[in-house]
Ligand binder design. Structure first.
Ligand code: F6R
Length: 247
């Protein structure tokens, strides 16, 4: 795990975006696809903004990019402002030239009978493209990655899962009331995430300071799913002035 401390979340996001752009362009020069795993939430917003800026001002093209989002709430339509589908179009997809067919966001509106095959197909699509080249990740205040909550299965793949009480509490301000926060989500699994060839883990702000320290410097435990990032052979942590870890 490579730990990189930045003076601010903004500077960390610019650097991550710059490196992603370079990887996309390098793949383009070789006529190759670039498979990008995406996160939602407040953490990657500046990163997406910078990618949009590079597309508009510097001609960065996303024609060769395929994306797979980490997760989606169950029961929210695409038009719901808290759905991750809505988030992704608002912050990234509406502003870049990625072909629509290259965008994959888990469908949270499936019939129960369809969930199992849908999740297997999500995994199949990832492997058919040769795996995820780069996965962007944030961390929940309880240490979750994607919606892999504490004490989930380390071997898990894409599936439907229950959201923990603390995750639902954290989401309450956005939804207005706890009762409006979905109880379930479709998420890539721990194995899906850890199989990515490279991971950019972004964690910013005072509220994340303790959980980041626990995840990155303490023992690896499924009570803190993000601690398994320590086992990945190409994971870079982009930290800010609050979450920074001194060597
Ligand atoms: C979102 C996701 C979550 C978030 C995490 C942090 O797609 O998978 O694991 O990364 O909940 O959210 P923020 O960035 O809002 O603090």
């Amino acid at each position: 795990m490579l730990i990189e401390n930045y003076k601010s979340a903004y500077l960390a996001s610019l650097e991550a975006a710059e490196r992603i752009a370079t990887q996309i362009s390098n793949a383009q020069e070789k006529n190759e696809n670039f498979v990008l795993g995406l996160a939602t939430g407040s953490t990657p917003i500046n990163l997406y903004q910078e990618l949009v800026r590079m597309h508009k001002r510097e001609g960065l093209s996303f024609q060769n990019v395929h994306t797979f989002n980490l997760d989606e709430y169950c029961g929210l339509r695409k038009t719901h402002m808290e759905s991750y589908y809505y988030f992704m179009y608002e912050h990234l997809f509406s502003h870049i030239d990625i072909p629509t067919k290259n965008i994959r966001i888990p469908n949270g509106m499936l019939q129960e009978n369809d969930v199992h095959n849908y999740c297997l197909d999500y995994e199949f699509q990832i492997s058919e493209l040769g795996g995820i080249d780069l996965q962007i990740l944030g961390i929940g205040s309880n240490g979750h990655i994607g919606f892999n909550e504490p004490n989930c299965d380390v071997e898990s793949i894409t599936r439907k899962t229950e959201l923990s009480q603390s995750t639902r509490n954290d989401a309450t301000p956005s939804f207005g009331r706890l009762s409006c926060v979905p109880t379930q989500a479709i998420t890539m699994g721990m194995q899906t995430i850890l199989n990515a060839k490279e991971i950019y883990f972004l964690a910013f702000g005072e509220a994340k300071k303790d959980i980041v320290e626990t995840a990155l410097t303490k023992e690896i435990s499924i009570e803190v799913p993000a601690s398994f990032l320590q086992t990945h052979n190409k994971c870079t942590a982009f930290l800010d002035q609050y979450t920074c870890i001194k060597n």
